[in-house]
Design a protein around this ligand. Sequence first.
Ligand code: CA
Ligand code: CA
Length: 725
Amino acid sequence: MSGGFLLSCLGGNICIMLVPIFTLKLSHKINPRMVTVGKFDGVHPCLTAATQAGKVFIHNPHTRAQKPASHRLSQSTQDSDISLLNINHAVTCLTAGTLGPNAAGDTLLVGSQTNLLAYDVHDNTDIFYKEVSDGANAIVLGKLGDIPNPLAIIGGNCALQGFDSLGNDLFWTVTGDNVRSLVLCDFTGDGKNELLVGSEDFDIRVFKEDELVSEMTENETVTSLCHMHSSRFGYALANGTVGVYDRNSRYWRIKSKNHAMSIHAFDLNADGVVELITGWSNGKIDARSDRTGEVIFRDNFSSSVAGVVEGDYRLDGQKQLICASVEGEVRGYLPAGKELKGNLMDSSAEQDLIRELSHRRQNLLLELRNYEENAKGVSDSTGGIPANTQLQTALSVRAATEVQKAHVELSITTPNETIIRAVLIFAEGIFEGESHVVHPSVQNLSGCVRVPIIPPKDVPVDLHVKAFVGGKTSTQFHVFEITRQLPRFSMYDIAIDPSAPPPTGRVTFTINDRPQRVAMWLNQNFLLPEGVDTPDVTFSSLRGGGLLSIGMTANGQITLQTDDIDLAGDLVQSLASFLAIEELSAEADFPTYFEELQTTLTEVDEFHAVHQKLTAEMADHSNYIKNMLVQAEDARLMGDMTSMKKRYRELYDLNRDLVSEYKIRSNNHNALLACLKSVNQAIQRAGRLRLGKPKNQVISACRDAIKSNNVSALLRVMRAGVSAS
Ligand code: CA
Ligand code: CA
C-alpha cells in the first residue's frame, strides 16, 4: 500500500533544480551577520559587508567611475570592483537604506563598540559620526511608531538608541540585557512599526516607540530577527533554533546542531508568500515554508554562510536572493520560474524525503505488528492494562535536603497495579537538550515516578509528559501523553521560618481591585497546595533569594517586600497583567541595590576620567614617536649609526610602554562598559516596577539625571517615580 503511494507521489514531480543565476568570488573575507545591499547612488545595488581589520567593502560592478580617494574610502588592490571604507574600529553591525528625507541614494550605517558612522558613499562624506557609549551590537533602519523620519536604531549594552539623518537621537530606552538582534515590523497591526528586540536574556521584546508592549521568552540568546509579512517574523537562537512567530504565538521552530548565521524573508518559489531563508554555519542554505517550516529548497557553500540579503543585482527589474559566505563566495538565486512549478528540491533532497518516508513506514509497520500481537494476547496480560488506567500528575515544592537541592517535584502516578516503565518530559529551557528521560531499573519499577524540576527563571513552562505504562512483566507499553503547566513563580515555598530576617527592599502601589482577585492571582502563579484566600502571604525563595512578603491593606495598597528587584518587577508585571492594569505608579526602595548602584556610578566617573587621561597621553606619545622617527632617519642619512641605534632602542622601549598602556586602556574600557550596562539595567529595573506612562516617565527622567550627572535625582526618581518628585 504505502509503496504504491510513494511511487505515485514521486511520479508527479519533475526534478528540476533551482541553480544560482550568478556566482562571484570576492577577494575579501566577510564578517558573519554584517552583510547588506545598498543603492548608494539611488540606482545600482552594491553588496556591502564588513571585513577584517576595521574595514567595510563595497562591491560595485555596475559603474566603473573611480571615486577620488579620501581619508575613509580607497580602492581594493585585489579587486577593481571593490572600494574599501576605513572604520578604524572593529565593525559590529552595518546596514544600508533610506535615512535622509531628501537624500537621492541609500545611507550606509556602520556600528562599532564605541561609534556609529552614517556615511554617504556616493558623495564620499561622513553624514555623522557619533560616539555611542552603550555600543552597537545590532542595527536596523526604518520608521518607528509616530516618529516622522526614518531612524537608524542601534541596540547595545542594555540600551536602544535611534538617530535621524542629522544625528539627533530621537529615541532612547533601556532593555533587559545586551541586545543582539533588531527588526521593525507592524506587530500590533495598526499600520505603524514596532521595534522587536532580541537579547542575551533569551527574550524577544516588542517596543511601541519606548513603551514595552509584549515579551516572548525563548530559551537561548536571540541572535537574529527578520520580518516576514504583516505581523509575522522569523527568529534564530544561539543554540541552532530557527522559527517563525505571528505576533506572540510561535508557528513552528526547528533545531539544528549548526548555528543559524543569518535569516532573511524571500519568496523563492514565486507563490506570493515569503519563505524563511536560513544561512547556516556549516555552509548550508535552506528555504522553509513560513507556515510549516517544511524545507522547499537547499543549497551548500563550502564555508559558513555570513549573510543572506536580496537585491536586483543584474539590473533587470527582478530581485535575487543573494547569499554570501565568510570566504567571500557570493551566489544569487532568482525566484523559481513557472517551469519549476514551485518544486525547488534537487534530487538528493528528494532522496532524503524517500528515506524519511520509508523510515516512517517501517515504524508504522512495527506499530501495526505490536497492535496485532496485543490483540492476540489480551488474556495473557503482556500488554493489556485495565481500562480505568489514567495517569495522574501533581506538582509540589520541595525544600532543600542534605542530598538534594530545593526543587519542584513532578510526580506521575497510575491508580492501579500497573507500573510506569519510563517517562519522557519535554520542556523548554529546563532540561539540557529540552527533554529528560526517566527510566527506572527493573527492581525499582512502580506505579509512581518522581521527577525533580528546577526552572532557572520565573517563567511559566509547559511540561509535555509521555509515560510508558504496562504490567510488571510487559514488554509492550501504552503511551500516555499529558501536558501540565508549571506556574510562573513555582520556586517559592510558603515560609515556615519566621525568624529569617525580613527583606529591606520593597515596592508599594495601589490598585482598584478586590483582595480575592489578588488571592486568585497568587493561586494561579505560585504552587500553593492548600490555596490561599487572602493576599497576605510570605514565601521563601528556593533559589536562596531570601523572603518574599506580599501584603494588601483595606484601601487597596499592595506592598511587595523582597531584596530582589528583578523579582519585584516580575511580580508587578504579572499581577498587572492578571488584573488588566495598564497604568501603574509605584514607590520603591531597594537599599542594598541602590547603594551598589551609587558605587557603580562613582566608578563610571572614575573610568571616564582615566579614559580621558589615557587618550591625552596617547596623543602625546604619538607626537613623540613621530619626532623620534624623524631623528632616527636623519641619523641614518648622515651615517651616524650610534645615534640611529640609540633612537631605535628608545622607540622600542616606547613601543613596549604603549602596548602596556593600550592594555590598561582596553581594560578600563571594558570595566566602563560593564558599569554602563549595570546602570542601564538599573533604569530598566526601576521602570519594570511601574506600567504605562508612569513607567516611561521614570525611564526618561532617569536618563536625564544620568545626562546631567545628578546621582541624587536618579535615585529619587527610582524610589518615588516621577509624579511624586
Ligand atoms: Ca504597529
Ligand atoms: Ca513563496
